[in-house]
Ligand binder design. Structure first.
Ligand SMILES: [Zn+2]
Length: 432
């Protein structure tokens, strides 16, 4: 049984030393995640992810992994360290040094703590090259921590120095096939964001220091977003402002004159059609039908898991209350039983635990229920706290549980409604 009293969730009820903490300049999601015991700050730009935060991240990971199965993605795990020599070979070491965490080993060899893994994966394929054309298309991904020495880490998990990222790398025999793969994986990313349920924009983006021929970013719209997204009001073509010349007034796609809107976006995903940008310098090849080794055509596709979570909370949460999409909430339902010594408690005894077990058999919330067993606290106090943490469903066992057919109070935070349900009506509702 998941008991709240046993969960490590250090709450900041009222920041006692608000001045020292200096909560100004923090984003809404960052403040709430810290106050509600989802994350705690460590050194600048690094955070402890606490049990409730981990549960949410694990749900997001599962959602992504299920989606990867539909596009034949194979999960791997690469080392966190890559030789700096590899990055020199591709010319990237020189261009992004300031953001790289670099360490020296005991033999004075430079190693990069990976912010991304194009060099590493291409080197892996190169080491077994030429691979058979029967292996293609090949899609390999991992979900691991990445590191970037941000000049200004801020907004908690939105711009941190350590972040959880899913990176997928695709290998194809020619550029047409690579484009086909690119579109297929972008569609799969669309589905992931649709399941999370936050409106997103897929926008044309700069290929930056990674390079390649084409690139798109996925953005959640938010006033605190650090990217400016230009959207044509006529054809809805969207691109990152960095692609637009300062004095440009014409839509690149439809030719509409000066009819744009500018939105702030939080980048939550980034895709690149790489071509042979990495396979050529690192010599990653496949054996063609004619028996000749040819350079592989690649794509790379990133999703920032910790950032997706923070951006989602940033957009859904209100005032001092967290709000989660049901699919990512640490627990879907919390049960609050009567206070110790109350009339209800004396009469109904183990009802909260019984109800927990009954509901746990409902497939839609199986293993996803929490019981607030801190019965020394009033219902009102626990209800307020549950609302602040934002569990989608809060079930209160109050006065009506004493009626001939006991009824329970259900607070549905997603639809902002309240219901009074008998046990069977409650199960029907949760099965929906
Ligand atoms: Zn247009």
């Amino acid at each position: 049984m998941n008991r709240l009293s046993r969960i490590f969730q250090p709450l900041t009820i009222k920041p006692r030393n608000a001045e020292i903490l200096n909560l100004e300049g923090l984003s809404c999601s960052q403040k709430l995640m810290m106050n509600m015991g989802i994350i705690k700050p460590s050194n600048p730009g690094c955070y402890h992810l606490l049990p409730l935060g981990i549960r949410s991240i694990e749900k997001l990971t599962k959602l992504i992994e299920l989606e990867m199965k539909t596009i034949d993605g194979q999960k791997i795990e690469m080392p966190l360290l890559t030789s700096a020599q590899l990055w020199q070979k591709t010319g990237r070491y020189q261009s992004v040094t300031s953001e790289l965490f670099v360490v020296n080993d005991r033999h004075s060899k430079e190693l990069i703590i990976n912010p991304t893994n194009e060099e590493s994966i291409t080197d892996l394929i190169s080491s077994v090259s030429p691979i058979s054309h029967r292996q293609l298309p090949l899609r390999l991904y991992q979900i691991t921590n990445k590191f970037r020495d941000e000049m200004k880490p801020r907004f908690g998990l939105l711009r941190s120095r350590q972040f959880l990222m899913k990176d997928l790398y695709s290998f194809d025999s020619n550029i047409d096939n690579a484009k086909h793969t690119y579109n297929e994986i972008c569609q799969s990313y669309d589905r992931i964001f649709q399941k999370i349920g936050i409106d997103f924009l897929k926008v044309q983006a700069s290929t930056g220091t990674i390079g390649g021929t084409s690139s798109h970013e996925y953005h959640f719209m938010s006033p605190i977003g650090e990217d400016q997204i230009i959207v044509c009001n006529k054809c809805k073509y969207a691109c990152n402002q960095e692609l637009i010349a300062v004095d440009q007034k014409i839509c690149t796609k439809c030719g509409e004159n000066d009819n744009f809107q500018i939105l702030n976006g939080i980048e939550v995903g980034h895709t690149f059609l790489l071509g042979d940008r990495f396979s050529k310098p690192l010599d990653a090849t496949y054996l063609s039908n004619e028996g000749k080794p040819k350079h592989l055509q690649m794509g790379c596709f990133g999703l920032g898991l910790s950032r997706i979570l923070a951006a989602t909370l940033e957009i859904l949460s209100e005032n001092d209350q967290l709000r989660w999409p049901r699919i990512l909430s640490p627990y879907t339902l919390i049960i609050i039983g009567p206070k110790e010594g109350s009339k209800e408690q004396t009469k109904i005894q183990n009802l909260p635990e019984e109800l927990y077990n009954t509901l746990n058999a409902v497939p839609t919330i199986h293993e996803d229920i929490l019981i607030d067993d801190r019965n020394n606290m009033t219902i009102g106090k626990r209800l307020l706290e549950a609302k602040r943490v934002g569990y989608p469903f809060i079930l209160v066992i109050g006065k009506k549980s004493l009626e001939d057919i006991p009824e329970f109070e259900l607070h549905d935070l997603v639809n902002k409604t309240e219901h009074s349900f008998s046990e069977s009506a409650l199960i029907d509702f949760l099965l929906d």
